[in-house]
Design a protein around this ligand. Structure first.
Ligand code: CU
Length: 139
C-alpha cells in the first residue's frame, strides 16, 4: 500500500521533470529567433506628422530619429507647397521636396530622412509667412 503510492508519486515526478526539460529546450530555441524587446523600436505614429491649418504648420519644430519619414497633413482649405529651405532653391534637404504640392485634405510624405541634421521647410507659394515655416531635426 505504502510502497505503491510512493512509486506512483515518483513516476509523476519523473514525467514532470521530463516535461519541464522538453519545455525548457523548446522555449530556449523559440526565444532566440523570436522577439521580446527588439532594438528596432518602431517610431510612434503620432510623432512624425506636421499638420497645416489656416493658422499655419504645427508643430513648427519636430524632432525625429534617422530613417524617419515626416507626413505633412493639409487640413487647411487652401493648397500648400512645402519645400526645403533655402527659398527659392530648395537645396538643403531634397527629401523635403518630395512633399511639394498638397491639396486641401491631402497628406504627403517626405523622403527617408537618414542624415542627422536640421531641415528647414517653408511654403514655397507664401515664402514670407512665418507660420508656414519650421524645421525638422533629425537626431
Ligand atoms: Cu521656396
Amino acid at each position: 500500500m505504502r510502497s505503491r503510492r510512493t512509486s506512483g508519486v515518483l513516476k509523476l515526478w519523473a514525467i514532470g521533470g521530463l516535461l519541464a526539460l522538453v519545455d525548457a529546450i523548446g522555449c530556449g530555441g523559440g526565444s532566440g529567433s523570436g522577439g521580446g524587446a527588439s532594438p528596432t523600436t518602431p517610431t510612434p505614429s503620432g510623432g512624425t506628422t506636421i499638420t497645416i491649418t489656416s493658422s499655419g504648420a504645427s508643430p513648427r519644430e519636430l524632432t525625429v530619429s534617422p530613417g524617419s519619414r515626416v507626413t505633412f497633413v493639409n487640413n487647411d482649405s487652401r493648397a500648400h507647397t512645402m519645400n526645403s529651405d533655402p527659398h527659392p532653391d530648395h537645396t538643403d534637404c531634397p527629401e523635403l521636396n518630395q512633399v511639394g504640392f498638397i491639396q486641401p485634405g491631402q497628406s504627403r510624405q517626405t523622403g527617408n530622412l537618414v542624415e542627422t541634421r536640421t531641415c528647414g521647410f517653408h511654403d514655397h507659394d507664401r515664402d514670407s509667412d512665418r507660420s508656414l515655416q519650421g524645421q525638422i531635426i533629425i537626431r
